[in-house]
Design a protein around this ligand. Structure first.
Ligand SMILES: O=C(Cc1ccccc1)Nn1cnc2ccccc21
Length: 325
């Protein structure tokens, strides 16, 4: 089996949403595919009306294939402080033509304000490792884990784009989607994430490939050195990050992966991607797409980095492949 689904950017690439079919007859919800978490959760008829703000909701009672997972609950919080929790159904889930029949669909009974405010997203589809799925008492598998045994190849690929529709493919590598060769590097999934080591200016950086995080968060030394090249750039505590004049031409940001025998491959994030967004309506000052990881405790290669590459998330061999495009 295989699947292929469009990933549409929202609000300056802050997130990418994909249409997912749930239940019988199919209910299509736009979900944020997130390689940084492992719960598939949705706004539902169980979500308080006061917390629903235009989102499409899942109604288990109108799905003939939905079965309540008796006694199961879930509760998740993300690094940015957002959170949600609720109950669990098993139902049929289809992504880009790829169907999993008994997928844990986590219906929200509570969502935090940032999710309520995000009117375009009906929830998340976790693509990290099932070891960090939050369903209790019986942990559940991710869509990818459930699908993997049926896939032509035990992998999925992420091809996110700047201000344009990209694609997630499951079970195959589309050779027309990238240029040159794919450089592979081992994955450390001990924390449940797609952890890997890259080299930036000769310094090894261990971080995670996280489609659910908008920006890149790296060690202070690397970030300070990058912004030292931009006149007027500074760390601004009120914005909690590096800012600079919006007219600045930003240097490209490159990192190397798979440095082994073959010398590995270089991913180059265009400077224009690092000029992320204005900090206010005047458009004078802009917020950087590369920020320090010191308040997070982990380095994150988020969408700003991922959209500069074609990325293979290889669950069979536990490796990450990176290619230019
Ligand atoms: O939570 C994080 C990482 C993060 C971002 C900013 C500061 C500290 C940590 N990303 N993320 C990954 N999946 C997510 C889903 C929702 C919200 C954030 C999500």
């Amino acid at each position: 089996d295989s699947g292929s689904v469009t990933a549409s950017p929202r609000q300056q690439d802050t997130e990418y949403l994909c249409p997912v079919q749930i239940g019988s007859p199919a209910q299509t919800l736009p979900l944020d595919f997130d390689t940084g978490s492992s719960d598939l959760w949705v706004f539902s008829t169980d979500t308080p009306r006061s917390e629903v703000n235009g989102q499409t909701v899942y109604d288990a009672s109108s799905s003939s294939s939905a079965k309540r997972l008796s006694g199961a609950t879930w509760k998740i919080s993300y690094g940015d402080g957002s959170s949600s929790s609720g109950i669990v159904y098993l139902d049929t889930v289809t992504v880009g033509g790829l169907t999993v029949s008994r997928q844990a669909v986590e219906a929200a009974k509570q969502v935090s304000s940032s999710f309520s405010r995000d009117t375009s997203s009906s929830g998340l589809l976790g693509l990290a490792f099932s070891s960090i799925n939050t369903v209790s008492p019986n942990q559940q598998k991710t869509f990818f884990d459930n699908a993997m045994p049926h896939l032509d190849a035990p992998l999925f690929t992420a091809d996110l784009k700047h201000n344009a529709d990209g694609r997630y493919n499951f079970g195959y590598i589309d050779k027309s989607a990238y240029t040159g060769s794919i450089s592979y590097t081992p994955v450390d999934n001990s924390q449940g994430f797609w952890g890997f080591t890259a080299t930036v200016d000769g310094t090894d950086v261990t971080g995670i490939a996280d489609t659910g995080t908008t920006l890149i968060y790296l060690p202070d030394s690397i970030v300070t050195s990058y912004y030292s090249q931009v006149s007027g750039a500074r760390y601004d505590s009120s914005n909690a990050g590096y800012i600079f004049p919006c007219g600045s031409s930003m240097p490209d940001f490159s990192f190397n992966v798979g440095g082994g025998g073959g010398g590995g491959g270089t991913v180059t994030v265009p400077g224009s991607y690092v000029n992320f967004a204005p900090t206010d309506q005047t458009g004078q000052t802009c917020f950087g797409g590369l920020q320090s990881d010191s308040s997070i405790g982990i380095s994150i290669f988020g969408d700003i980095a991922l959209k500069a590459a074609f990325v293979v998330f290889d669950g069979g061999n536990k490796q990450l492949g990176w290619a230019a495009k």
